[in-house]
Design a protein around this ligand. Structure first.
Ligand SMILES: [Mg+2]
Length: 254
């Protein structure tokens, strides 16, 4: 395929481990990629956390003007204007909707027995402006448990299906290794891909999306409906190899 004219990355288990920070080596690669093409991060995480943690480093990139951030599964889009992060758009859900989501999740956990006998570490419900994220084992779950709970996605798929059946007006998607994201219907990563395609005037088919959850029901799979090219990764170390290969190709094409 011709080299992509823009790159879009998932964050959890793509640029960083679930609930953790991207390493300085990954940030540096994203900055180098910005020297070539527009880059976006589309993630279920919320903006305040990213603003405090790794975004300050990215604002130092010479081509930060080509960088787009889509938090909360693309319910929001921001760009650095040289002084501050400015919203292009920002959706939200109501307190009543949050409550309905919470009840549907709690009922579904009981029905599916996917957490029976397991210890929970920290908060399970992460409330964002436009999304409720359910971290099944809690947000402080140790890494070894995080990746051994549901290696074949079977538990999350059962839970996801049970929740989705109760919330037909929402999108219910598998996010990180233990998490499920609930957003207003249609406000998901495909929304962000279409917005960026229109904004940059680049057809989705000429852009590349890199993510770990492109499998059925995964929160990256929805981007496929836009016609964007996709590349699966198993985590940040594989993503680094993918980026290095792309950088070499852009360099060779000059
Ligand atoms: Mg992911």
């Amino acid at each position: 395929m011709p080299l992509p004219r823009a790159l879009l990355f998932d964050l959890d288990d793509t640029l960083a481990e679930s609930f953790e920070l991207p390493t300085p080596e990954i940030i540096e690669r994203v900055m180098r990629m910005l020297d070539q093409v527009p880059v976006a991060i589309i993630t279920g995480r919320d903006f305040p956390w990213m603003e405090r943690s790794f975004l300050p480093a990215l604002t130092l990139a010479p081509h930060v003007d080509r960088f787009f951030l889509f938090p909360e599964g693309a319910a929001q889009c921001l760009q650095w204007n040289g002084t501050t992060w400015k919203d292009w758009y920002a959706k939200s859900i109501t307190p009543e909707e949050r409550e309905r989501i919470r009840k549907a999740v709690e009922t579904s956990v009981r029905e599916t027995n996917v957490l029976d006998g397991l210890a929970i570490s920290g908060a399970q419900f992460v409330q964002k402006r436009a999304m409720v994220a359910f971290a099944a084992l809690g947000v402080e779950v140790p890494g070894n448990l995080k990746y051994s709970w549901d290696p074949d996605n079977a538990r999350r798929r059962a839970l996801r299906d049970a929740i989705a059946a109760k919330l037909p007006e929402f999108d219910v998607l598998m996010g990180g290794a233990t998490s499920i994201d609930v957003t207003e219907k249609g406000i998901n990563k495909s929304y962000g891909v279409r917005w960026l395609s229109e904004h940059l005037r680049i057809p989705a088919s000429e852009m590349l999306y890199i993510g770990d959850a492109l499998f059925p029901g995964g929160n990256d799979e929805v981007v496929k409906q836009t016609g964007i090219q996709t590349q699966a990764t198993k985590g940040p170390s594989e993503t680094a190899v993918i980026i290095d290969s792309l950088l070499a190709q852009y360099q060779a094409a000059k």
